[in-house]
Write a protein of this length. Structure first.
Length: 126
């Protein structure tokens, strides 16, 4: 029985070491973009509707995977884009994303779209 117990312990240690070794490689290029159109956002919003939006659902799921992840909301620069992004940030906070893990930045490139960019703080703060 010692051999099988030793083998099992070695296997567990090896698997743990591999997961730790591969984790930085998975985070090295982890940016993901989730577009949210003005048309989707124009629907009546509620606590039941917002989590159903594909971009929001996918961005929050991906954000949850990273230990040091954050969400950047790239929005159209005019006043309506700023308001849209601020409201979206508030909804994300209500879904459990800490406010300090969300950053608003002008420059979505499209007046009819917001892009949720999710990745590690290191990638997004460059």
């Amino acid at each position: 029985m010692k051999i099988s117990r030793n083998f099992r312990n070695s296997s567990v240690k090896l698997a743990a070491a591999l997961m730790l070794a591969l984790a930085p490689a998975l985070d090295a290029s982890s940016l993901r973009l989730f577009p949210l159109s003005a048309e989707e956002w124009a629907r009546p919003r509620s606590g039941a509707v917002i989590p159903q939006l594909d971009a929001v659902r996918s961005a929050v799921r991906y954000w949850e995977l990273g230990a040091d992840a954050m969400i950047v909301i790239r929005h159209p620069g005019e006043d309506s884009g700023v308001l849209w992004a601020a409201e979206l940030r508030d909804w994300l906070v209500s879904l459990g994303v800490p406010a300090d893990a969300i950053d608003l930045r002008a420059g979505s490139g499209d007046a009819d779209e917001i892009t949720l960019v999710v990745g590690s703080r290191g990638e997004l703060e460059q």
